[in-house]
Ligand binder design. Structure first.
Ligand SMILES: Cc1ncc(COP(=O)(O)O)c(C=O)c1O
Length: 443
């Protein structure tokens, strides 16, 4: 239980949290001297490794030089530079960047921005947001409305804003019982069907994680999915928002995951790895033509925040981009990611309770099943992901668990190490995961 000597309302209340005192590279050390390999970079955030002195210096220098200015009164070098650098890296046409501090805020900013773009264009009836089941977009009220993860939604369901969800492109558990490509991308067609049902002139935007993150553990969209989604959005004047908070900025072996699928969003959100975890920083990228609609229209986006466009956060973001570029970490993720996939397949592919291994770059998911032929998930009461995770913890390996893959039941583990990990440490993680699965579910 949580320590009675602590005044902190911790996120984890069922066990005593050790105090972390040092973090460097892929390692975290606690106050008792125990060491852990951070095999998922926390929640897929520590992209460039822990304890990068360069980020610390950039942050300290910026605080010393100019700690805070109100974003409606001043701009500054770190904000301008980070936006320009992101514009050069982002999908074509994404030219302007609005900075916030968390992924949830970035998504809520994108929902509001989409709505205001329609208002500026004289389409005042467009306000509805469509997203997908089995998705994660954050837990603040607006972001949770879009999130399609049952366990997080249910307690607050009566309070959530109106929102609509279509099935996820989760071929291993296809909502329509079909198989790709014979399915004709039924899960993408569901978007058109829902737009027509809601009334095409009422839909503002469709939101999707380009690669599914922690909810269903690194599920990749089937071939052709995003092209079809883009066509449907274009046909009905619906803006496409891609959530790359988790999968963006190199995690999949490309700067933006959308590059894998030849799709250009109207808006793209990012967070997590943008600061490497050192400080809260997120962003919304928007196509220049939509930015112009606002600039030439009302002239102001009715949004903001005390900590938006923060010079210190953006200084950290620039230091992260410096590291990614200088150490060529994005191509490293692409090539070593394939190796990580091979290691996982080799060690776990034949296990009778491993149903599916998927992923790309440094974003991999291993899904566990009670029955492999039937793809039957373990009941949630069996707490399979938690038991495997506990075993890994005792072994000094940290991974990210995914639970409730069919809405309620189902378990998976996400492997997503910092981009600087050695091959030997990758193997160590995979071996530990194999041992934890054997110990929990039998060899
Ligand atoms: C895809 C995705 N979107 C949004 C978020 C929310 O980000 P934050 O926790 O910074 O609010 C997350 C966090 O895990 C995420 O994975």
């Amino acid at each position: 239980m949580s320590s009675i000597s602590s005044a902190v309302f911790h996120r984890q209340l069922t066990r005593e949290l050790p105090r972390a005192v040092h973090a460097e590279g892929v390692w975290i050390t606690d106050a008792e001297g125990r060491r852990f390999i951070d095999g998922s970079g926390g929640p897929l955030v520590v992209n460039v490794g822990h304890g990068r002195a360069e980020i610390a210096r950039a942050v300290a220098d910026q605080i010393a030089a100019c700690d805070y200015v109100h974003p409606t009164m001043f701009t500054g070098e770190p904000v301008e530079t980070l936006a320009s650098r992101l514009a050069a890296l982002a999908p074509p046409g994404i030219e302007r960047f609005y900075f916030m501090t968390s992924g949830s805020e970035a998504n809520e900013t994108a929902f509001k921005l989409a709505r205001q773009i329609h208002l500026e264009r004289g389409e005042a009836n467009r306000y509805r947001l469509i997203s997908r089941w089995k998705s994660y977009h954050g837990l603040s009220m607006g972001a949770l409305g879009a999130t399609g993860r049952t366990g997080f939604r249910t307690p607050f369901a009566p309070m959530l804003p109106e929102n609509h969800h279509i099935p996820a492109p989760y071929c291993y558990r296809c909502s329509f019982g079909l198989t790709h490509p014979a399915c004709g991308l039924r899960c993408a067609e569901a978007l058109e069907e829902l737009i027509l049902d809601l009334g095409p002139g009422t839909v503002s935007a469709f939101l999707a994680e380009t690669v599914s993150g922690a909810t269903i553990a690194a599920v990749l969209p089937p071939e052709g999915y995003f092209q079809r989604i883009r066509e449907i959005c274009d046909r009905y004047g619906v803006l496409l928002i891609l959530d790359e908070v988790l999968c963006g900025l190199g995690r999949t072996g490309k700067w933006f995951a959308s590059e894998h699928y030849d799709v250009v969003p109207d808006l793209v959100t990012m967070g997590k790895g943008l600061s490497g975890g050192a400080i809260g920083l997120s962003a919304v990228g928007v196509q220049g033509r939509w930015f112009d609609a606002i600039r030439k229209g009302s002239g102001a986006f009715a949004h903001g925040g005390t900590f938006s466009h923060h010079q210190v956060g953006c200084a950290a973001g620039n230091a992260v981009l410096d590291i990614l570029e200088r150490e060529a970490l994005v191509p490293r993720v692409a090539s070593l990611g394939a190796k990580l996939g091979e290691m996982l397949h080799q060690r776990l592919g034949g296990h009778p309770h491993v149903g599916h291994i998927r992923g790309t770059g440094f974003l991999w998911g291993v899904e566990f099943v009670a029955d492999r032929d039937q793809r039957k998930p373990f009941g949630r009461q069996e707490k399979v992901a938690e038991r495997i995770w506990d075993h890994l913890w005792a072994d000094g390996i940290l991974l990210y668990k995914a639970m409730g893959l069919n809405g309620i039941d189902g378990d998976a583990m996400v492997v997503g190490p910092p981009f600087i990990i050695t091959e030997a440490d990758m193997q160590r993680i995979v071996d530990a995961l194999g041992a934890a699965v054997d110990a929990t579910l039998g060899g």
